[in-house]
Design a binder for this molecule. Structure first.
Ligand code: ZN
Length: 235
Protein backbone atom coordinates (compact mmCIF):
# COMPACT_ATOMS: atom_id res chain seq x y z
CA UNK A 1 0.00 0.00 0.00
CA UNK A 2 1.39 3.42 -0.95
CA UNK A 3 0.40 6.01 1.65
CA UNK A 4 -0.27 9.38 0.02
CA UNK A 5 -0.94 12.66 1.82
CA UNK A 6 -2.47 15.41 -0.30
CA UNK A 7 -1.87 18.93 1.01
CA UNK A 8 -4.07 21.65 -0.46
CA UNK A 9 -4.15 25.14 1.03
CA UNK A 10 -7.94 25.07 0.36
CA UNK A 11 -8.53 28.82 0.11
CA UNK A 12 -9.76 29.51 -3.46
CA UNK A 13 -12.50 26.88 -3.23
CA UNK A 14 -13.90 28.45 -0.05
CA UNK A 15 -13.66 32.09 -1.16
CA UNK A 16 -14.36 32.11 -4.92
CA UNK A 17 -17.52 30.75 -6.45
CA UNK A 18 -15.96 30.15 -9.88
CA UNK A 19 -13.40 27.84 -8.25
CA UNK A 20 -15.98 26.18 -5.99
CA UNK A 21 -18.02 25.39 -9.11
CA UNK A 22 -15.09 23.39 -10.52
CA UNK A 23 -13.90 21.81 -7.25
CA UNK A 24 -16.88 21.89 -4.84
CA UNK A 25 -15.13 19.74 -2.24
CA UNK A 26 -11.68 21.20 -2.83
CA UNK A 27 -8.79 20.22 -5.09
CA UNK A 28 -7.51 17.81 -2.42
CA UNK A 29 -10.74 15.80 -2.56
CA UNK A 30 -10.62 15.70 -6.37
CA UNK A 31 -7.07 14.31 -6.17
CA UNK A 32 -8.03 11.82 -3.47
CA UNK A 33 -11.03 10.77 -5.56
CA UNK A 34 -9.03 9.38 -8.45
CA UNK A 35 -5.93 8.28 -6.55
CA UNK A 36 -7.49 6.06 -3.95
CA UNK A 37 -7.37 2.38 -4.91
CA UNK A 38 -6.47 -1.06 -3.63
CA UNK A 39 -2.81 -0.01 -3.83
CA UNK A 40 -2.96 3.67 -2.78
CA UNK A 41 -4.43 5.10 0.42
CA UNK A 42 -4.96 8.87 0.62
CA UNK A 43 -5.11 11.27 3.55
CA UNK A 44 -5.73 14.98 3.07
CA UNK A 45 -4.34 18.02 4.87
CA UNK A 46 -5.19 21.71 4.57
CA UNK A 47 -4.42 25.04 6.23
CA UNK A 48 -7.54 24.49 8.34
CA UNK A 49 -5.87 21.60 10.14
CA UNK A 50 -3.64 22.01 13.15
CA UNK A 51 0.01 22.25 11.99
CA UNK A 52 -1.41 22.28 8.42
CA UNK A 53 -2.22 18.61 8.99
CA UNK A 54 1.47 17.86 8.53
CA UNK A 55 2.69 16.70 11.93
CA UNK A 56 5.87 14.64 12.27
CA UNK A 57 3.63 11.62 12.77
CA UNK A 58 1.72 12.25 9.53
CA UNK A 59 4.94 12.70 7.53
CA UNK A 60 6.44 9.55 9.05
CA UNK A 61 3.37 7.68 7.80
CA UNK A 62 3.49 9.27 4.34
CA UNK A 63 5.25 7.66 1.38
CA UNK A 64 4.40 10.40 -1.10
CA UNK A 65 3.16 13.93 -0.45
CA UNK A 66 1.25 15.87 -3.11
CA UNK A 67 1.18 19.67 -2.78
CA UNK A 68 -1.20 22.25 -4.24
CA UNK A 69 -1.01 25.88 -3.11
CA UNK A 70 -1.30 29.31 -4.68
CA UNK A 71 -2.40 32.35 -2.72
CA UNK A 72 -1.50 31.25 0.80
CA UNK A 73 2.04 29.91 0.52
CA UNK A 74 3.11 32.28 3.30
CA UNK A 75 0.46 30.84 5.65
CA UNK A 76 2.49 27.63 5.87
CA UNK A 77 4.87 28.20 8.79
CA UNK A 78 8.59 27.92 7.99
CA UNK A 79 8.90 25.16 10.57
CA UNK A 80 6.39 22.98 8.70
CA UNK A 81 7.97 23.70 5.32
CA UNK A 82 11.34 22.65 6.76
CA UNK A 83 9.73 19.52 8.21
CA UNK A 84 8.52 18.57 4.71
CA UNK A 85 11.93 19.35 3.19
CA UNK A 86 13.62 17.16 5.78
CA UNK A 87 11.16 14.31 5.20
CA UNK A 88 11.90 14.43 1.46
CA UNK A 89 15.67 14.46 2.01
CA UNK A 90 15.16 11.42 4.24
CA UNK A 91 13.32 9.61 1.45
CA UNK A 92 9.65 10.69 1.26
CA UNK A 93 8.46 11.24 -2.32
CA UNK A 94 6.95 14.60 -3.29
CA UNK A 95 4.78 15.82 -6.16
CA UNK A 96 4.32 19.57 -6.58
CA UNK A 97 1.41 20.62 -8.77
CA UNK A 98 0.99 23.81 -10.78
CA UNK A 99 1.37 26.94 -8.58
CA UNK A 100 3.11 24.86 -5.92
CA UNK A 101 6.24 25.96 -7.82
CA UNK A 102 6.21 28.87 -5.36
CA UNK A 103 5.42 26.82 -2.25
CA UNK A 104 7.89 27.01 0.62
CA UNK A 105 8.88 23.31 0.59
CA UNK A 106 9.50 23.31 -3.18
CA UNK A 107 11.68 26.42 -3.00
CA UNK A 108 13.61 24.95 -0.07
CA UNK A 109 14.22 21.75 -2.01
CA UNK A 110 15.24 23.55 -5.21
CA UNK A 111 17.34 26.29 -3.59
CA UNK A 112 16.47 28.68 -6.44
CA UNK A 113 13.73 31.35 -6.87
CA UNK A 114 11.38 28.98 -8.81
CA UNK A 115 9.83 31.99 -10.57
CA UNK A 116 8.32 31.79 -14.06
CA UNK A 117 6.35 33.90 -16.52
CA UNK A 118 2.59 33.53 -16.73
CA UNK A 119 -0.62 34.85 -18.20
CA UNK A 120 -4.22 33.74 -17.87
CA UNK A 121 -5.91 34.00 -21.27
CA UNK A 122 -7.60 30.60 -21.47
CA UNK A 123 -5.14 29.28 -24.06
CA UNK A 124 -5.15 25.62 -24.98
CA UNK A 125 -2.08 23.65 -24.02
CA UNK A 126 -0.46 20.53 -25.37
CA UNK A 127 1.59 18.76 -22.72
CA UNK A 128 4.11 16.82 -24.78
CA UNK A 129 5.62 13.60 -23.46
CA UNK A 130 9.21 14.31 -24.47
CA UNK A 131 10.50 11.29 -22.57
CA UNK A 132 7.98 8.57 -23.52
CA UNK A 133 10.15 5.84 -21.98
CA UNK A 134 9.90 7.43 -18.53
CA UNK A 135 7.66 5.62 -15.98
CA UNK A 136 5.67 8.84 -15.39
CA UNK A 137 4.79 9.14 -19.10
CA UNK A 138 3.42 5.60 -19.44
CA UNK A 139 0.02 5.49 -21.12
CA UNK A 140 0.31 8.96 -22.63
CA UNK A 141 0.00 9.02 -26.41
CA UNK A 142 2.43 11.78 -27.49
CA UNK A 143 0.67 14.64 -25.71
CA UNK A 144 -2.19 15.63 -23.41
CA UNK A 145 -4.52 18.25 -24.88
CA UNK A 146 -6.00 20.71 -22.40
CA UNK A 147 -8.63 23.02 -23.95
CA UNK A 148 -7.93 25.73 -21.38
CA UNK A 149 -5.03 26.11 -18.96
CA UNK A 150 -3.09 28.96 -17.44
CA UNK A 151 -0.02 29.76 -19.53
CA UNK A 152 3.28 29.22 -17.75
CA UNK A 153 6.41 30.24 -19.64
CA UNK A 154 10.16 30.13 -19.43
CA UNK A 155 12.46 31.01 -17.89
CA UNK A 156 11.44 28.71 -15.05
CA UNK A 157 14.02 29.45 -12.38
CA UNK A 158 14.61 25.93 -11.14
CA UNK A 159 17.83 23.92 -11.19
CA UNK A 160 18.47 21.84 -14.30
CA UNK A 161 16.26 18.77 -13.70
CA UNK A 162 17.58 15.23 -13.56
CA UNK A 163 14.95 14.29 -16.13
CA UNK A 164 12.47 16.30 -18.22
CA UNK A 165 9.36 14.21 -18.87
CA UNK A 166 6.95 16.78 -20.31
CA UNK A 167 7.17 20.10 -22.14
CA UNK A 168 4.02 22.19 -22.47
CA UNK A 169 3.29 24.20 -25.61
CA UNK A 170 0.60 26.88 -25.63
CA UNK A 171 -1.65 28.62 -28.12
CA UNK A 172 0.51 31.74 -27.80
CA UNK A 173 3.66 29.84 -28.75
CA UNK A 174 5.24 29.74 -25.31
CA UNK A 175 6.89 26.56 -24.12
CA UNK A 176 7.40 25.44 -20.54
CA UNK A 177 9.19 22.54 -18.90
CA UNK A 178 5.99 21.02 -17.51
CA UNK A 179 7.10 17.74 -15.97
CA UNK A 180 10.42 17.65 -14.14
CA UNK A 181 12.11 15.02 -11.97
CA UNK A 182 14.61 15.68 -9.22
CA UNK A 183 16.37 13.61 -6.62
CA UNK A 184 17.21 15.36 -3.39
CA UNK A 185 18.83 13.37 -0.60
CA UNK A 186 17.04 10.00 -0.60
CA UNK A 187 13.80 11.48 -1.95
CA UNK A 188 12.29 11.78 -5.40
CA UNK A 189 10.48 14.94 -6.52
CA UNK A 190 8.18 15.50 -9.49
CA UNK A 191 6.96 18.94 -10.54
CA UNK A 192 3.91 18.97 -12.86
CA UNK A 193 2.60 22.24 -14.29
CA UNK A 194 -1.11 21.69 -15.23
CA UNK A 195 -3.80 22.36 -12.60
CA UNK A 196 -4.97 25.98 -12.44
CA UNK A 197 -7.86 26.29 -9.98
CA UNK A 198 -10.49 27.57 -12.46
CA UNK A 199 -9.87 24.76 -14.98
CA UNK A 200 -11.20 21.20 -14.52
CA UNK A 201 -7.70 19.88 -15.28
CA UNK A 202 -7.61 17.35 -12.45
CA UNK A 203 -10.64 15.59 -13.97
CA UNK A 204 -8.80 14.94 -17.26
CA UNK A 205 -8.05 11.17 -17.36
CA UNK A 206 -4.53 11.58 -18.80
CA UNK A 207 -3.64 14.16 -16.13
CA UNK A 208 -4.88 11.73 -13.49
CA UNK A 209 -2.80 9.00 -15.11
CA UNK A 210 0.37 11.13 -14.94
CA UNK A 211 -0.17 11.99 -11.26
CA UNK A 212 -0.85 8.34 -10.46
CA UNK A 213 2.27 7.27 -12.38
CA UNK A 214 4.23 9.88 -10.43
CA UNK A 215 2.99 8.45 -7.11
CA UNK A 216 4.37 5.02 -8.06
CA UNK A 217 7.63 6.57 -9.29
CA UNK A 218 8.16 8.70 -6.16
CA UNK A 219 7.24 5.93 -3.73
CA UNK A 220 10.44 5.46 -1.70
CA UNK A 221 12.45 2.29 -1.90
CA UNK A 222 14.73 3.54 0.88
CA UNK A 223 14.31 5.93 3.82
CA UNK A 224 17.07 6.92 6.17
CA UNK A 225 18.63 9.77 8.10
CA UNK A 226 20.19 11.90 5.38
CA UNK A 227 21.37 14.42 7.98
CA UNK A 228 23.44 12.11 10.13
CA UNK A 229 27.18 12.00 9.57
CA UNK A 230 28.27 8.99 11.62
CA UNK A 231 31.81 8.20 12.67
CA UNK A 232 32.41 4.59 11.65
CA UNK A 233 34.88 1.80 12.22
CA UNK A 234 37.12 0.45 9.48
CA UNK A 235 35.27 -2.47 7.82
ZN1 ZN B 1 -2.73 29.00 -11.59
Amino acid sequence: MIRVTVFNEFVHERTEERVRNVYPEGIHMALKGFLESDEISVKTATLLDEECGLTEEVLNDTDVIIWWGHMAHEKVPDEIAERVQKAVLNGMGAIFLHSAHFSKPFRLLMGTPCSLTWREDGDFERVWAVNPAHPIAQGIDRFIYLPSEETYGEPFMVPEPDETVFIGGYEGGEVFRSGLCYRRGFGKIFYFQPGHETNPTFFVPDIQRVIKNAVYWANPIYRGDAYNCPHVKKP
